[in-house]
Design a protein around this ligand. Structure first.
Ligand code: GLA
Length: 363
């Protein structure tokens, strides 16, 4: 019997670089992702229309992981083995309509689709937070990037027409309905992003210095004005102070964006525009993870009529996300791509996305 499993990519609406200090994030799973078809087998044997080479491993992940994508598969199998998953393999094929390196979490979707399939064929039930956490550990194991849990959690917990407000400290979460009048426009800057070799780990280390000044409190429990006062005589150096200042303010913005999306009068576009702009400026100036291309795309999106726009994901390349009126999404996307080509000489790609269901087995 052939079975089919799907795991979506994600776009983060707001709450950037807040997950690994136990903060708030507001991602949505999108209507693009990875699909794995196949069935239980003695070994893990996968091929793909997207990634080169075949992956052949034992069910616990041992063996030659081979190609880059094989490392993720092997790491997921090893993490599930450590949790006691019975040694059942999976033979099948992976297809994808999610771009790689665009900041839409293709590696998290790969981990989650493999984990979902491996758990299903072994009748090994794992609750969504545990599955997401196993996949996050697999990311660390595979490529050594100390990423947070947002991407994997979004791919697992996403729901149609909603974003997921996740407290990364407790893994409590709730859905935040997205107004049907708004589309999520993602524009990929065509500057390939890989967190391996980027400043991601360095940002984390710099933030740790700032966090130590909080005396054990989570940044989510600190007022922005208090964080701002930790410099100068209070002794925190400029870089950790700015990293901390971003995280503290960004957590607040997540809550404010939830309010702006769900107010009694419908979405408050003005507030969304301001909050996205503040987030982008803070990521550019205080956290220093934006690029000139992402800054340009944000300006172009707002100039073309987006209600709100900011960089999304880890930064250092990747994509921006814009909230646009659904009927204008194609038009705005086209205008941004054309103007970006004129200004930067690069060809961006625009994707109008819908918030979609998280990882699942197709019936
Ligand atoms: C990457 C990481 C996430 C998160 C974002 C920044 O996507 O994988 O865990 O830290 O960057 O918000």
């Amino acid at each position: 019997m052939t079975r089919a499993f799907h795991a979506p990519g994600r776009v983060n609406l707001i709450g950037e670089h807040t997950d690994y200090s136990g903060g708030l994030v507001l991602p949505a799973a999108i209507d693009r992702g990875l699909t794995l078809t196949g069935d239980a087998a003695d070994r893990i044997a996968l091929e793909s229309d997207r990634y080169p080479g075949a992956v052949k491993l034992s069910p616990d992940g041992a063996g030659g992981a081979g190609q880059h994508w094989g490392r993720y598969v092997a790491a997921v199998a090893a993490e599930l083995d450590a949790l006691g998953r019975p040694a059942v393999g999976f033979a099948g094929a992976l297809s994808s309509d999610l771009p790689d390196g665009a900041g839409l979490s293709s590696s998290a979707a790969l981990e989650v689709v493999v984990a979902t399939a491996l758990c299903a064929v072994a009748d090994f039930p794992l609750g969504p937070p545990d599955l997401a956490a196993a996949c996050q550990r697999a990311e660390h194991r595979a490529v050594g990037v100390p990423s947070g849990i947002m991407d994997q959690a979004a791919s697992v917990l996403g729901r149609a027409d909603a974003a997921v407000l996740l407290d990364c400290g407790t893994l409590e979460h709730r859905l935040v309905g997205l107004p049907p009048s708004l589309a999520l426009l993602v524009v990929d800057s065509a500057v390939q992003r890989r967190l391996e070799g980027s400043g991601y780990a360095q940002r984390r280390t710099e933030l740790e210095v700032g966090l130590a000044a909080l005396g054990g409190r989570r940044p989510v429990d600190v007022a922005p004005v208090e964080a701002g006062a930790l410099g100068g005589a209070a002794g925190l150096d400029d870089v950790p102070l700015r990293r901390l200042r971003h995280v503290v303010a960004e957590n607040r913005r997540v809550e404010e964006v939830e309010m702006a999306l769900t107010g009694p009068q419908g979405a408050d576009l003005e507030a969304l525009g301001r909050l996205f702009a503040e987030s982008h400026a803070s990521l550019r100036d205080d956290f220093e993870v934006s690029t000139p291309e992402l800054d340009l795309l944000v300006d172009l999106a707002v100039g073309a009529g987006a209600a709100a726009a900011r960089m999304t994901g880890g930064g250092f390349g990747g994509s921006v996300v814009a909230l646009v009126l659904a009927e204008a999404a194609t038009e705005i996307g086209g205008q941004v791509v054309a103007a970006y080509a004129r200004r930067s000489g690069r060809s961006a790609t625009a994707y109008a996305c819908r918030a979609s269901e998280g990882a699942r087995e197709f019936a």
